[in-house]
Design a protein around this ligand. Structure first.
Ligand code: ATP
Ligand code: MG
Length: 464
């Protein structure tokens, strides 16, 4: 088994080091130098002037090729981290095991990475000298028993660097000086076909790093690409390997997917691939429940719209929405069991947060804001007296109000609720007073329709 994996890697790695890049001129890729941001351009130029290679690489090249705007720029070079650091005054080396250099430029940071090889090249060399027994001494040092790469801190050639990347569309190198794209694995063609294709043998590459399965789902959703059938096939059986990945890394990946601007598609992609068990296990419960599904769909749509129009979206808010259907379920169950609404809600919140820790590992630093958003929900029902004014001043009002609108959109609370609060915020003093009156006791007939039982605010202002 181990030997088979090594052979696959050996085959791929030696193929990679022999691979010549296709060098595509401007008219074949259409990326112009002036589309790069000044910092990225400057970094590449400085490297070139010092006699090093300096290419734009990864997501930025892919996004430019697809006509999008890159969100950050990564540069790959043959200079060592120390050499890079010496070239740029405002730069620092990050990381211990594998070092990269952050070059600061204006308010931006460009990540400069030295070409690296997969680390398994060492394994294959030792294996080549070794006897035929399956003694896994060398490979065990570099991969675990599932084939997971434990080491990737070996510098390599540009071809090696391309081969250790995940998908063909992520292994493109752009040379701004010559306006050329170096394409080792047909990534430009795959971009045109809108096809996500793994470099090398997909099964081996997923075993090296199971997170690549999640990345496949994320890129397919974000770019609206098809996943090549060979690339997709192993996922169904290998998905459980995600259990071996540190929870923090899974969480980071979940966040990237949810903040990609295509979270709705991403979440459905995850589920279709059976990957959500390892990442967002709560999706099963949510999506199998009509109310939950409506709420999450509204929440993800709104997050996607915010991101696509460059508005901020906070992770805490997002996770508050993902967990809400469970909170509601528990809340209602506890209430049905005789608990008062408020304590029932608080107990439900704690239970749900505790339960997710073992699964998704949402960092505790988000707990405070999630709880506040949830706890404020019942307070929107109180629309008389001083209470609405107090709620308006709450530091989390905005987030809680956005949350309320999602609940209204999902049909969880009457739409009129959300509208009232929208109006109340925009209204002047006089209109607000009028709204309170209408809601409280001045117009008994309307009040009967609107007022919910237990709406104390009404009684406070207009004692009978
Ligand atoms: P995004 O736009 O989401 O940032 P990206 O392609 O830039 O997409 P990053 O996670 O920033 O993705 O990684 C940068 C590059 O590093 C990728 O394009 C890919 O070439 C390489 N890479 C990142 N993660 C992996 C991985 N797990 N396995 C192999 N290559 C990877
Ligand atoms: Mg990136």
């Amino acid at each position: 088994m181990i030997r088979r994996i090594i052979n696959k890697v050996f085959g791929r790695a030696s193929r990679a080091s022999r691979t010549e890049a296709k060098i595509l001129p401007l008219k074949m890729h259409g990326i112009r130098r002036d589309q790069l941001d000044d910092c990225a351009l400057k970094v590449c130029e400085t490297l070139a002037q010092a006699g090093f290679k300096g290419y734009l690489v990864g997501g930025a090249v892919r996004d430019l090729l697809l006509g999008g705007t890159p969100k950050d720029f990564d540069v790959a070079t043959d200079a060592t981290p120390e050499e890079v650091r010496r070239l740029f005054r405002r730069s620092r080396i990050i990381g211990r095991r594998f070092q990269i250099v952050h070059v600061m430029c204006g308010r931006e940071t460009i990540e400069v990475t030295t070409f690296r090889a997969n680390g398994q090249k060492e394994a294959e060399d030792e294996d080549a000298h070794g006897d035929d027994s399956p003694a896994p001494a060398a490979p065990r040092r570099l991969t675990d028993e599932h084939g997971r790469l434990l080491s990737d801190n070996v510098f390599g050639s540009m071809a090696d660097d391309a081969a250790r990347r995940d998908f063909t569309i992520n292994a493109l190198y752009y040379d701004p000086a010559r306006e050329e794209v170096h394409d080792y694995f047909g990534g430009v063609g795959d971009c045109k076909k809108r096809m996500l294709r793994m470099i090398g043998d997909p099964e081996t590459r997923y075993r090296e790093d199971p997170v690549r399965m999640l990345r496949a789902a994320r890129f397919a959703a974000k770019l609206d690409f098809h996943i090549d059938p060979e690339t997709r096939k192993p996922v169904a059986t290998l998905a459980p390997l995600l259990a071996n990945i540190p929870r923090a890394r899974i969480f980071d990946e979940a966040l990237k997917l949810l903040l990609s601007g295509h979270a709705l598609r991403g979440v459905h992609q995850l589920r279709a691939e059976g990957l959500h068990h390892g990442m967002l296990p709560l999706l099963d419960t949510i999506l199998d429940d009509t109310a939950g599904e409506r709420f999450i769909t509204a929440a993800l749509k709104s997050t996607d719209a915010r991101i696509q129009s460059d508005r901020p979206s906070s992770p805490a808010f997002l996770f508050a929405t993902l967990l809400w259907p469970q909170v509601v379920k528990r809340w209602k169950a506890l209430e049905a069991g005789g608990e008062k609404p408020q304590p029932a809600l608080f107990a439900a919140m704690d239970e749900v947060l505790d339960a997710q820790r073992g699964q998704l590992a949402i960092p505790r630093r988000y707990d405070g804001m999630m709880k506040e958003i949830w706890a404020l929900q019942p307070r929107f029902e109180q629309r008389g007296g001083q209470r609405p004014f107090r709620l308006l001043e709450h530091p989390r009002f905005r987030a809680a109000y956005d949350f309320l609108l999602l609940r209204a959109e999902a049909g969880e609370v009457p739409g009129e609720f959300g509208e009232w609060w929208t109006r109340f915020q925009e209204a002047g003093e006089e209109e607000r007073a009028g709204m309170l009156l209408a809601d409280a006791a001045a117009k008994p007939r309307r009040r009967r329709k609107r007022r919910k039982p237990g709406e104390e605010g009404a009684r406070e202002t207009h004692p009978a």
